[in-house]
Design a protein around this ligand. Structure first.
Ligand SMILES: [Zn+2]
Ligand SMILES: [Zn+2]
Ligand SMILES: [Zn+2]
Ligand SMILES: [Zn+2]
Length: 802
């Protein structure tokens, strides 16, 4: 999803392998990105572009008004079945595919407003009613819509407006009696009901709806760093030839302290698995729901009522404002390129959007910078090995390098040493040009070239006319080719940077059936983004911070006590609790080009058997640890048992498959089947795995869910406590994983009315989650609600021993 689709990748790799040796050498040894781009770009032939065009032709990204009726009918089926959530999503798909100001789109909006009404989303329902009306909702159907509007207004505690709506409604009845007698009667009855409600409400004080949107702006750094806006004053920026740039604590930092709060410079929503246009006739249009259907393409906010771009079916927004902002800043260029961008992958998309956003900064400076890259070789020399070379870039001239290098700000900072969230900072993220394989660089260069050609074809005017006027280009007409190659080089740089600097924006998605009373959560990747400040942090397999996201904003909190002078570290992915040392080091080397020497890595290198997964197999006779490589033998004192590793591994895989099947039954509400299967797995585990194996945790967790769904809270709690033990062994007592598990346990105790236990667990869960998320987290709010509810119930104060 980050890189181009496999077909294009293998096509380009084959093209590379067929190139004459001399050209391969020229490209492989190109010293600057500009040279790389200059030598690769002309190799993109018309037939290559045709091939790419065929590939992207598989994605349906334009409007297809024929599908509107299809989605509306599918939505109606869900609506009939009272699956209002499912109905809303399908109506949204209908909305995206209908042209603006068509009857189709107005009908889809109107139907969606009905679904939202049933979901209790009254504010959004009202918005959809207005949308239906502005897009030309048929006159004869208006009464139904107006009634819904009145009901919404009543529920929202706005009786005056509701009365006005009813007056409008009655006068439209009188003017055009378009309804059949029976329809009229039904409407009359509803109208009476609403009128009564209005009267009731009019006598009550106004009730304001609970604010649904998170006031995240309320979360702030205690004291902002003067040098690095977005970071706390408890850290400072340093540079070192080996480590590059990094952050250090300037004072003791307590667990939970907010260290960074930063809005992404650029982010692109991960559309999820976008299905290709089906070739067969049956199941003509897909009804699968992906990230792209549920999140705003600009701010990533979750929404059941997106408004689509007028020009395409794939870009959808939480509001008109977001749509306008996106259009002005980048979507006017991207709109027609949807299919190509899906084919070329997210990195290419982020690269394009970054350069588009750069237009809104001082273009003169940016262009100079980009041109600087063309003339100044320093920028592309191996930066990590020789940071002085990169510093040279900022100097412009060669001159008295040494004297100036001292004063030169750290790369990415301005002359005053300020590191800001701007294109300058993005530009200085390391592309590690010398570390990427020639094939990879060729793939990136040709993908960017293809994108440039499309931009050119779509009229570069659109691309450049939005530029703020500058002295630089006021006079002469834009020189298309030269200009494009500047943008091309910049995009290539971003594509290469992204491998090491892209930050996945993740969100906790709640899974499980609607009825399940305890929440099952899953971390999913929502977007790919660049955060200049977050990028300053180095990696550790055992980090001292925790990252979380709300929309496009990242927050980093200390997850433990950080002493003054210690480095602030976060984990790039390979965490010690999830991977053994060998796998971690291999991953970090291949993706980030460095050898990790964090304390766990150093420790495990000496004692490799300590990693997770090792020591996991147990003797079925005496339960002692099995040791060895290909053949494991029992470590028990009087036991001669030995087993081949292959056999154990295949048993483990079998077991994991069964657990997966049980979880599926669970999701589909087949609780008894799931429980039987899980109990079988449980006894299987005992014969060959240690009690701390992660699969044991999964089994216990699934059992807890099943019993919760059956309302057997006591059993559910017992299993959850076992799962908690496993999580603690793997992730530590104050890990975010522990926090989620404690949250579930709190829910179970709460539902089972085990008041003292619930209160105690709530307290524990709150403590752990606060460190990772701060007070604005959904789970923490839920915990607080439970607590106040329980305290109301509590007959006697809880003794300290409980
Ligand atoms: Zn939005
Ligand atoms: Zn569009
Ligand atoms: Zn490490
Ligand atoms: Zn044994």
């Amino acid at each position: 999803m980050d890189l181009p689709v496999d077909e294009w990748k293998s096509y380009i790799l084959q093209k590379w392998s067929l190139l004459p040796k001399s050209i391969q050498v020229t490209i492989s040894t190109a010293e600057t990105l500009h040279d790389l781009f200059l030598h690769s770009s002309p190799l993109l032939q018309p037939e290559d572009e045709m091939f790419l065009k065929r590939l992207s032709g598989g994605y349906l990204v334009g409007k297809d008004p024929d599908t509107s009726l299809f989605y509306r009918e599918k939505g109606n089926q869900k609506f009939q079945a009272k699956d209002y959530m499912g109905a809303a999503v399908l109506y949204s798909k209908g909305v995206s595919h209908s042209g603006p100001s068509s009857t189709d789109i107005s009908l889809c909006y109107a139907n969606r407003s009905a679904a939202l009404f049933h979901l209790g989303q009254y504010e959004t329902c009202l918005k959809d009613i207005v949308r239906a009306q502005t897009h030309g909702y048929p006159e004869r159907l208006q009464p139904k819509l107006l009634l819904r509007k009145a009901e919404c207004l009543v529920t929202l505690g706005r009786p005056q407006e509701a009365s006005q709506t009813i007056i409008d409604l009655e006068s439209s009845f009188a003017a055009k009696p378009t309804l059949s007698a029976s329809q009229f009667q039904i409407l009359q009855r509803t109208l009476c009901r609403v009128k009564v409600k209005v009267q009731e409400k009019e006598n009550l004080p106004e009730i304001f709806p609970e604010a649904l949107t998170k006031t995240f702006e309320g979360v702030d750094l205690r004291e902002e760093n003067e040098q690095i806006p977005g970071a706390s004053s408890s850290v400072s920026l340093h540079i070192d030839p080996l480590k590059g740039r990094y952050l250090v604590a300037t004072k003791d930092i307590l667990p939970g302290e907010l260290l960074v709060k930063e809005d992404a410079f650029v982010s692109v929503l991960n559309p999820g698995e976008v299905p290709l246009r089906p070739r067969g006739l049956e199941s003509k249009w897909d009804i699968q729901v992906t990230n792209g259907d549920l999140h705003c393409h600009r701010c990533l906010r979750h929404t059941l009522a997106p408004v689509p771009c007028d020009g395409c079916s794939y870009a959808k927004y939480c509001s008109q404002e977001c749509m306008q902002q996106a259009w002005d800043r980048y979507h006017s260029v991207e709109c027609s390129l949807g299919a190509l961008l899906l084919t070329l992958g997210l990195f290419c998309h982020v690269a394009l959007r970054s350069t588009l956003l750069a237009r809104f900064e001082d273009v003169g400076k940016v262009t100079k910078k980009l041109c600087g890259e063309m003339s100044n070789q320093g920028i592309c020399l191996p930066e990590s090995k020789n940071p002085v070379q990169t510093l040279k870039y900022d100097l412009g001239g060669e001159g008295d390098k040494k004297d100036k290098a001292v004063e030169t700000p750290i790369p990415g900072c301005d002359i005053n040493g300020k590191y800001e969230r701007n294109y300058n900072a993005i530009f200085h993220l390391l592309p590690h040009t010398e570390n990427h394989s020639p094939e990879h660089k060729f793939l990136c260069a040709l993908s960017v070239s293809a994108l440039c050609r499309q931009l050119e074809a779509a009229g570069l005017q659109a691309f450049t006319t939005d530029l703020k006027p500058t002295k630089l280009k006021a006079a002469e007409p834009p020189v298309l080719c030269a200009e494009l190659s500047v943008w091309g080089v910049a995009m290539l740089r971003h594509m290469l940077q992204l491998q090491c600097n892209a930050q996945a924006i993740t969100t906790i998605q709640q899974t499980g059936s609607k009825e399940s009373l305890i929440t099952d959560t899953r971390r999913v990747r929502l977007a790919t983004a660049l955060f200049p400040v977050v990028s300053l942090l180095n990696h550790s397999c055992s980090p001292n911070t925790s990252v979380s996201f709300i929309g496009t904003i990242a927050t980093i909190r200390a997850s433990q006590l950080i002493r003054s002078g210690q480095e602030i570290l976060h984990c790039y992915g390979p965490h010690e609790s999830r991977m053994g040392v060998a796998e971690r080091r291999q991953k970090l080397r291949s993706q980030y080009f460095f050898d990790c020497d964090c304390p766990p890595c150093e420790r495990e290198k000496q004692r490799p058997s300590a990693g997770p997964g090792r020591g996991a197999f147990r003797c079925h006779r005496c339960r002692a640890l099995l040791q060895g490589d290909d053949v494991l033998s029992c470590s028990g004192p009087d036991c001669m048992e030995s087993v081949s590793r292959d056999l154990l591994v295949s048993r483990l895989q079998d077991l994991q498959r069964q657990v997966g099947a049980a979880q599926k039954h669970l999701r589909n509400g087949r609780l008894e089947v799931a429980i039987q299967l899980l109990l079988g797995c449980q006894s299987d585990v005992e014969s060959f795995l240690s009690a701390e194996h992660s699969v044991v945790g999964e089994i216990e967790d699934a059992l807890a869910q099943a019993y919760a769904a059956l309302g057997d809270w006591e059993k559910s709690a017992t299993h959850l406590q076992k799962s908690l033990q496993v999580v603690e062994v793997h992730h530590g007592p104050s890990s975010v994983e522990m926090g989620h598990e404690l949250f579930k346990l709190a829910q179970v105790f709460f539902n089972g009315c085990a008041v003292p236990k619930a209160l105690k667990t709530i307290q524990k869960a709150e403590k752990v989650l606060l460190v990772h998320y701060g007070p604005w987290n959904d789970e923490i709010r839920e915990l607080q609600k439970m607590k106040s509810c329980l305290l109301d119930l509590l007959p006697i104060p809880v003794g300290p021993k409980e």
